[in-house]
Ligand binder design. Structure first.
Ligand SMILES: [Zn+2]
Length: 351
């Protein structure tokens, strides 16, 4: 247990006053940096290299994130069972929460606990439902012990599993954010994104929406429909990849421009050619916010530059804006008086 004082204002007060930005994508970013293994995607980094997690939390806050999400995604009992390290379950969760709490407290941001798809849910097997509930209860319990301001339940693919997650979060008394990862054909249970979010909203979730899987282009129209269907706050946290109507999710993107893509496909480690630039992510945030969507962020693939662009598009000026681009002083393309005319002339070759 901690004596952490809850952040003020809390999530709901912040949402009432304006947009809330939540940076996600810790798995992909720390995988690229060499501290997480693609495949199992278990965040052992919180125990093995905690300094890297502190650093990434701080970079995202510096770039404009209002939420520090404890890195417990895929740090649940089933994932640790798969890699044969169930004994790490509690220390991993408690460490992730204490790292995130420290960064939230030093920056005045919100500390979020995190739960997600359990990967054991089978619709007709009630034993798996009870096991999933127990997994949620242990993780939410640790988040409550750490003094979390809110709990995020994310990337669900079964509506009923998300409803159990919501029920457990509600029992904790913490504000809830519930998000679905929507495949091209909808959820595994056949529900579309609007129907699933409506059920969660009707059950009392504070924020409902989508995260992961879809890029801005294929998430935006669905979230617009969700916005129209529910009365609560709505979330949109796409992956920063150029998904299309033909390839609606990043799992479906295939890079055919090189011959060395792994046999398993471009997802998840060879998606680089599809990455959205920062301006596209800013445009997405602006468009969603003007449509009434006020819980915004980016999932797998996000870098701090994407988050800063989103924050600036929403009228913010986070600390990282001190270093936002200013090409006027570029050696060749600059227009500043201090740039020699000779070099400005050379710069015409870039035009
Ligand atoms: Zn993701």
């Amino acid at each position: 247990m901690t004596n952490r004082t809850l952040a003020s204002p809390g999530l709901l007060e912040r949402l009432a006053a304006g947009p809330v930005i939540c940076a996600e994508g810790y798995l992909f970013e720390l995988e690229r940096r060499g501290y997480i293994q693609a495949g199992a995607f278990v965040p052992e980094v919180v125990l093995e290299h905690p300094e890297k997690v502190y650093e990434l939390h701080r970079e995202f806050v510096h770039a404009g994130s209002d939420v520090v999400e404890a890195f417990t995604y895929y740090g649940h009992r089933e994932k640790l069972r798969v890699i044969g390290k169930e004994e790490l379950l509690e220390p991993l969760n408690r460490n992730a929460l204490s790292i995130a709490a420290e960064v939230a407290d030093e920056s005045g941001t919100l500390l979020a606990g995190n739960i997600c798809n359990t990967n054991i849910w089978v619709p007709e097997d009630k034993d798996t439902h009870a096991a999933a509930r127990a997994m949620f209860e242990e993780q939410v319990g640790w988040a409550v012990d750490a003094g979390a301001d809110m709990i995020i339940g994310e990337t669900f693919c079964w509506t009923d599993e998300a409803l159990v997650a919501l029920d457990v979060i509600q029992a904790s008394g913490k504000p809830s954010v519930i998000m679905f990862a929507l495949d091209a054909d909808g959820l595994h249970d056949g529900a579309d994104g609007v129907t699933a979010c409506k059920r969660l909203a009707d059950a009392g979730a504070d924020v409902v929406g989508l995260n992961c899987s879809r890029g801005p282009a294929t998430m935006l129209p669905v979230v617009r429909d969700i916005r129209a269907a529910v009365d609560c706050h709505v979330a949109a946290l796409p992956v920063p990849y150029r998904t299309t109507p033909e390839h609606e999710t990043f799992q479906l993107l295939e890079d055919t421009s090189c011959s060395c893509t792994p046999a398993t496909g471009s997802f998840p480690t060879a998606l680089d050619p599809f990455v959205c630039n920062r301006y596209e992510m800013g445009e997405f945030a602006k468009e969603m916010f003007s449509a009434g969507v006020n819980y915004l962020g980016i999932c797998c693939g996000a870098g701090p530059h994407h988050i800063r662009s989103m924050a600036e598009a929403l009228g913010r000026r986070p600390p990282a804006s001190r270093y936002s681009p200013d090409m006027s002083k570029h050696a060749y393309q600059g227009t500043d008086d201090n740039i020699p005319d000779y070099y400005k002339k050379l710069g015409e070759m870039y035009e």
